[in-house]
Each structure stands twice: as C-alpha cells, then as structure tokens.
Ligand binder design. Structure first.
Ligand code: UDP
Ligand code: MG
Length: 336
C-alpha cells in the first residue's frame, strides 16, 4: 500500500534531537494505523547528523534521507522533501520538536474533513527570546499588509498539504522561495489549527537574524511590488517638494532681495536626492538580481545521495526491501 502520510523534516545540524524526534514521531504515526513515510532532508549538516540519519533509515526503511551536497537553506530543503513525498497528505514540520508531532493528528482530522491546507497557528511561543518573538510578530503583520496573497498571521511552515496542493507547488520552481506565500497562492480550502509552540528540544536556532532577514525579503519581493512602488512614491514626494520650493525661493528673493541660504542647502538637497536615487536603484537592482537568478535557471538543490525507501518512488507501493542495495539508481536533483 502506498503511504498515506509523508512527514517532511528539514535537518541542519540537529544531532541532539534526532533520536527523540524519531521516537516521538513514530509513536504518533503508529497510532494512525495507516502507511506512512518520513522524509528527512540533510541540509549539509556537519555535526554527525548525517550518519545518525543514515543509520535511522537503515533501521527503518520507511525513513528516507535526502543528503544535500551543501547547505541550501530551510525552504529549499522542504521543497526537496515535497518533491520526493509519495503520500496523500504531506506534513512539513521542524526537526527541533518546537512543533509537537502530537499536533499532527489534529491537522489530519481537518484534512479528513476536506481541507486541502491545514496550517498550525502559534498561540504561545515558549522559550524564545523577546527579540525573536517581536521580530517574528512584526514580520507576519508586515507581510500580511503588503503582499498580494493573504498569508495567515502567526503561521510558520508547520502545516499539512493535500497531494493536490503539493502537485501544484512542485510546478512552482521559483528560486527565492517563501513556501507559506506559495501555498496561500495555490488556494483551495485552507484552515488553521491553534497550537502551542514549544521550546527547542536541544541545540540552538539555525535561523540567525541574517537568515530571517533573507526570508522576509524573499517574502516581500516574491509576493509584492511594494518596494518598487515605494520608489515611485518617493520620487513624487521629492518632486512635489521641489515644485513647492520654487515659488517660495522666488518670492523671498523678490520681496527681500536676499538669496535663500547658501551652499549648505544646495549640498544637502543634492546629497538627499543622491541618496533617494541610490536607494531606488538598489531596490530595482534587487528585482533585477532575482530575474537574473530565474533566467540562469539552476537546479534548486543538489542531492548528493538519497537512501532507498521501502516504497518504490515510481509506483509508491512497497517493494521487497533489500538492505544491501543502498541508494536509488540515480541521484535526482532539484530540476524539474
Ligand atoms: N534548517 C535547515 N536549514 C537551515 C536552517 C534550518 O534545514 O539552513 C532546519 C532546522 O534543522 C530545523 C528547521 O529548519 O529543523 C527550523 O530551524 P530552527 O528551529 O533553527 O528555526 P527557528 O525555530 O529558530 O526559527
Ligand atoms: Mg526551531
């Protein structure tokens, strides 16, 4: 029987959590009484996670591991998991147990009711810094305000996708990815399930400020033209200011005979305009850079190795598993 559930878990240096993750996840999955698979994506780990994951998949061939050739980032890792998932329902979840596996049956319940995307909405966030919570909250609200697709507030990538949605998302090969936005774009019936986001089980965050900014910027540029429109608005404001200033200068000159101020004003306004122009050029450059990345059309990721799973990747059915033949015939990569 084909797997009904595929659990996609991106892993980047998570050696301390893998064993607990495996036991909690399998305990939960066994209770569902339906075939399942777990897809782990090794996003270029260097702390021994790779070996642990390989051992896990040898012990339990319902676990498939995709080893990236280097760190490609969380969103790309999840994409690779979706590319290889065989299930009817695909659940994306973090490795660090911040998203409790025990919430998954609640997501499944909604899926059974007919929803195609069931996202988990964060109620409480335990054990995260004030800074992380505030920036995350600001980020969700900013994205909600300015992007074209309405991405539900306080939701992360922890969600369940129906096969139909994943099939559409697999066709969206944009290089700078923001999966939450992409899944909202797909549409269908979507619903949220509240949950409490726990503390990280062990280790430290793999999403430093720099990566958060990058994700936010991908979200903004990927789903709106607001930065470009802002450039135009700025242009209009500056032009309007100058138009208002011209008669003022003339009137002051005629009425008092004084020239208005001196070099400093000229210098300041030149620098100001120069600054505004450079900012706008920069914004334009960001979009041009993104177009360039799309035109190059490189594969999204390079998989160095993929372990063999109990399910046949073509038919999805279980095969007679032979432990001695490791790896698929061919290593696939992120091309479409
Ligand atoms: N992750 C990844 N590649 C990266 C960064 C993170 O695969 O470059 C994984 C990480 O192992 C975890 C998930 O993405 O399973 C979320 O990362 P993390 O928990 O560090 O983010 P946070 O919860 O702090 O936002
Ligand atoms: Mg985390």
């Amino acid at each position: 029987m084909k797997p009904v559930y595929s659990i996609v878990i991106p892993v980047f240096n998570e050696i301390e959590v893998l064993d607990t993750l495996y036991s909690r996840m399998t305990t939960m999955l066994e209770k569902l009484n339906e075939p399942w698979e777990i897809i782990l994506i090794d996003d270029g780990s260097s702390d021994g996670s790779s070996e642990t994951m390989r051992n896990l998949s040898e012990r339990d061939p319902r676990i498939r591991v995709i080893f990236f050739s280097r760190n490609f980032g969380h969103q790309i890792a999840v994409t690779a998991g979706m590319d290889h998932a065989l299930g009817d329902a695909i659940v994306v979840i973090d490795a660090d147990l911040q998203d409790p596996p025990e919430v998954i049956p609640e997501l499944i319940e909604k899926w059974r009711e007919g929803y195609e995307v069931v996202f988990a909405v964060r109620q409480e966030r335990e054990g995260e810094t004030w800074f992380k919570k505030t920036t995350a909250s600001l980020f969700y609200r900013l994205i909600y305000k300015i992007t074209d697709v309405k991405i539900p507030l306080d939701t992360g990538d922890f969600r369940l996708y129906d096969r139909k949605v994943v099939d559409v998302m697999k066709k969206m090969r944009e290089k700078h990815r923001f999966l939450r936005g992409m899944s909202s774009w797909v549409g269908y019936r979507q619903i949220g399930v509240p949950y409490n986001r726990a503390k990280r089980f062990a280790g430290s965050t793999k999403y430093p400020f720099k990566k958060m900014i990058k994700l936010a910027w991908n979200a903004i540029t990927g789903f709106s033209y607001v930065p470009l429109q802002l450039a135009m608005v700025l242009g209009f404001i500056v032009a309007l200011l100058s138009i208002v200033m011209i008669p003022i200068v003339i009137i002051v000159r005629l009425s008092s005979g004084n020239e208005l101020l001196g070099q400093a004003t000229t210098l300041i306004s030149t620098l100001f305009l120069g600054g505004v122009q450079l900012i706008c050029l920069g914004i334009l450059g960001e979009y041009v850079g993104r177009i360039y990345d799309e035109v190059k059309d490189r594969p999204l990721y390079v998989a160095a190795d993929i372990t063999k799973s109990v399910y046949d990747p073509d038919s999805g059915n279980p095969r007679n598993f032979d432990q001695s033949s490791k790896g698929e015939k061919e290593v696939e990569n992120g091309e479409n």
